[in-house]
Each structure stands twice: as C-alpha cells, then as structure tokens.
Ligand binder design. Sequence first.
Ligand code: C2E
Ligand code: MG
Ligand code: MG
Length: 614
Amino acid sequence: MKNDHRKDNFLAKYFSNRLKAHYTDFSSWIQIIVFVIAYALIACIQIHTDNSGLSGIIAQPLIIMSIYLVIQIIKLGYIVSVAVNLTYAIFVTYHVVVHHEPQAIPGIILPISTIIIVSIISFYGRRLNDQITQVRMQREEIQNLYETVAEAKNELVVRNQQLLEYNQILEENESRMQHLSNFDLLTELPNRATILGRLDLLISIMADKKMSFSFIFIDIDNFGSINEDVGHRIGDMLLQAFSLRLGMLIHPEDMIGRLGSDEYALVIQHQMSEQELFSYIESIRTSLQEVFPIEGNEYSLTASFGVSIFPSDGVDAEELLKCANVAMLKAKENGKNCVQFFRRDMRLEIEQKIIYQKRLMNSIKNNELFLVYQPQFTPDKKRLRGLEALVRWNSAKFGVVSPVQFIPIAEEAGYIIPMGEWILRTACKKAVEIEEKYHNGIIISVNISSVQLMAPNFLAMVSSVLQETHCEGRLLEFEVTESVMISSLDIAVSLLKEIKTMGIRVALDDFGTGYSSFRYIQLLPIDTLKIDKSFIDSIEYQDTQSLLVAAIITLVHQLNLEVVAEGVDSEKKVIFLTKASCDYLQGHLWGMPAGDEDTDMRLAAIFSPRDEET
Ligand code: C2E
Ligand code: MG
Ligand code: MG
C-alpha cells in the first residue's frame, strides 16, 4: 500500500514535471533542437537511400526519437514531434507528387504512423496525468480530512477534559447545594428542615425504645433592636458567636440547629431527670449571658428557653416544635432570659396573644389608635405648661387597651416604629392647631420609646413629620426613659442633642424607676425631669422616700432642669410638692387624660380664644 502510494507519487511527479518541462527547462529546448537536427539528418539520409530495406531501418530511429521526445517533454515534445513528422510527410508527398516517385509512398506512411503513435502516447499520457492529478487531489483531500479529523479529535479530547472539569464543578456545586439546603449559611448549623428531619428520626427510634427526649426552643431576647443598634454586620457576627458558644456548651449526644433569624433549637437526647434537665438548660442560659467580644467591643445577649418533652407534650416533630415555641413565648412574657417548660394551659393563652399581636399590627390601618392629652400645670394651677400625649388602642375585639399592655408588644415586634411615627404626626397636628388658636406656646409632650429612638432613620422621620405638619420644634417635648442609656450612652447623647437642635425639648420620664443616677442625668442633654408616680405616691405616707422627693427636686434645680411630678392625685401631694418647689404637676387631680374634643373644651375653659380676646 505504501509502495503503491510512492509509485503513484513518482508517476505523478514525473508526468507533471514532463508537462511543465517545455516552459521551465532549458535542457528541454536543447533536446528539441537536437531532435529536430537529428530528425532532419536521418530523414535526409533516408530520402537519399535507394535501398528500401536500409531505408526502413533508418526510419526506426525517427519513430523512436519522436516517441522519446513525447515521453520526455509531453506537451511541447508532442507539438514538435507532430510538426516535424508532418513536415516530413508533406515533403515526401511533394516528392511523390512532383517527381512521380510512387516508390516513396511508404515514406509518407512512416511520419503519419509516427504522428498517430505519439498522439496515442500523448493522449494516454495526459489522461494518466489527469487521473494521477485527480488521485493526488483526492489524496490531499483525504490528507486534509485526516488532519481535520485529527484536529477534531484533539478538540474532542480538550472538550472531554473540560466536560470532566465541569462535571466536577457540578458535583461540587451539587454537594454545596445539598449543604445549603440542610445547613444554615450564617452559622453553619443544621437548619429548620434538617432539625425537623432529625427529630422525626429520633422520634421513631425513641418510640421503639420507649424512651423520652426534650426539644428546646431558644430565642435571643430583643435581637431586633440589638440588630438595629449595632448594625446588621455586627448582628450577624453576634449570631455566629452565639451559635459557636451554644455548640461548646452542649453535651456531645445533643444537637443544635438554627430555626431562623434569632431562633435556635436544641435537641437533648442524653437521658436525665427533669431536675437535671432544668439545671442543664439553666447552665447553658447563664453561660450564654457572658459577654461576646467582637471587634474590640463587648456585647451581651440573653435568651428565652421553651422546653417540650417527647412523648408527653407531642408525638411528632411539628407538635414538639410548636409546644416548645409556646413555652418560649411564655418565657418572654415572664420577663425573658429564663427557662419555661411547656404546660397544656399555655397554648390557649399564647394563641390569644398571637391574635392580639396580629390585631395590634393592623391598628393604624384600621384607624384604631387615638391620642389622649393630660395637662401639666404650675403648682398653683394658674399656668398650663402643656399636655402629655398618651396613646390608646381602641380595638374592635379587646376594647380600649392601655399602652402599658400594648407598647411592649409593639416594641418587641418593631411595630413601635410606624406607631411612633403616627403618634408624633397626630401630636404635631394637635400642637399646631392649639398654637394657631391660642398662641400660648403650649408644649405637647410625646413619649418616645427607646426602640423608636434608636431606629436608624429616627431623626429624618422627625424632621419630615415637622415639615409635613408645619410644626415648630419649640411646641414639642420628647419624653425618653432611662432605658435609652442601656444600649449606648454616647449614641443616646448625640441623638438627644440632635433633637434639641430642632428646638424640641427633652424630658427624662419615669425618674425613680430605673438607674435614677444623677451621674447619668448630668450626662444626658435634658431640659426636664419627670418624677415617677411610684415616687410621688410615697408622699402620702410621709416616709423617708418622700423626703427624697424634696431632695431630688432641689438637686435637679441645681442642674438647671425643670421638674414635673407625675401621678399627682391628692391635695396632700400638691401641698408637699408646692413646698418642695416642684415646677409642674401632672395627675388625675387636675386632669385625667382626655380625648380630642374634651381637650379642646378644657383648653377653651382655660384660655379665651385669641379672636375673642381681640
Ligand atoms: P408615662 O409616660 O409615665 O405616662 C404617665 C402615665 O401615668 C399615663 O398612663 C397616665 O395616664 C398615668 N397617670 C397620670 N396621672 C395619674 C394619676 O394621678 N394616677 C394614676 N394612677 N395614673 C396617672 P398611660 O396613659 O396608661 O401610659 C402609661 C405609659 O405608657 C406611659 O407612662 C408611657 O410610658 C407609655 N405610653 C403612653 N403613651 C405612649 C406613647 O404615645 N408612646 C410611647 N412610646 N409610650 C406611651
Ligand atoms: Mg410620659
Ligand atoms: Mg412617666
């Protein structure tokens, strides 16, 4: 096969060289000239030879030479050969015709036969050449095809390699997806679905063995407001640190997981008595209270724990989770940062609370909120300083609800933010309305929850409400409690300073119920101090605390602050506070908190409207 290939190549090269020869080869021209001269000489000899036998022999080289020339120089050789033989034939024919030499007729046949022979050789030579060229082209095509196939094969190998890599990446992604669907991204703990799955498994094992285990629902206290205060980045780091600590505190047989935002699950499998179980959870709770150092700062967290036990509280995963959740909510209600075991009677209570919360969250939308206003007078009751705006919720289901009940729930759920904005807007409108009517600079005091104050856009919200209602800052006072200092004193101070730059006064509410430290009072940029009702009540009994009230008033005056006494509901208190030089009194004795219309009537009775004055 290889030899054939070589032979074909050789022939192809030979014929193509011969074909081209007359154009390129100098030696071809020499050969042609030699041929023509030799032919002419031999032809002359042949013509002049009388011996016909010798003449036939001499004619042979002419044929051989012609064939040789055609083979050597196919195209040009053929033309020359035909031309020479034709000339010879014409010449001999001329002789035969002109000199009447019929014996020379065979001399005509010789060149004619030579022409025929060289024509045949040339024809077949060309055909052979064409075929060889065709074969060569086909071979080249096959060669190209082979190269293309080889390239394609290489490409395929590369593609295959790539496919293998993609496959590997896909497999890695798949296992990552698997991990993501089973584990929590932030804490790397098993997620809710995984926890529920493992609970199902554990339930079937424990049911067979007739053994029990407990499920603990853990919820970080006030995480919503902590997140707002410290920012979501630190909030996330806190959750990670909390998860890590929780993982280190548990028994190797137990399992933890993250149910969602600040909710964790703890499955306690190792067997112990109820008392031991309580101590175990308590030890976890107290250890979680220790500070978390993050980026040079220290943060503390507390959590509420709800416990449900298999099989007494529930026989499936969902049921156990629900019971533990209910117990956790009860722990929150009991003041947070404690452990609560599930009891049957809790469910109804909690369910009602959930309904209560849902309705509260719709109170603005349903137009169920309204403000009442309680006056603050000088002790001689001659001058009205202002009105404290107090919110009420007139629920279609629960009737008029006290803020003492619903404000903490609104704070926990973050609903205090829109609710506080609604309260401020309503109070501003009232302040503008009163000012336009009486021009007496009556102050409306608005209670601001710490959660609301610490919300990121609080200051922007206040300035936009002031603009929208055309309310001047001087007509407002914000009442804040000492709890604002809990998260960060620095932030609270700078926020209160900003509030004061808007012309709004700041009062410290409920003094006597919190830290009640004068060191803090000196640090806070406040204008007024409100002594809490619980302190004022002591006046009734004339005990040591009542002496303290008088001392506080003196001290507060030394700090150049105004004092407002809350819960003044008896003449005795008025006399005492007048003697103690209290600046303003607020209480049921001189005015219960009143709705819009009653407040208008109250104000009309105190002031004659400006129109009437003029
Ligand atoms: P607070 O700001 O210290 O309001 C004074 C509370 O004492 C009011 O109760 C008022 O009705 C009550 N009070 C006034 N004088 C007397 C009295 O002589 N005797 C008795 N027994 N009580 C008196 P209220 O309106 O139930 O508000 C309770 C608390 O709810 C408020 O305490 C405040 O902390 C919160 N709150 C009320 N309204 C709002 C509000 O609009 N926003 C926020 N964030 N909290 C509010
Ligand atoms: Mg108040
Ligand atoms: Mg108060």
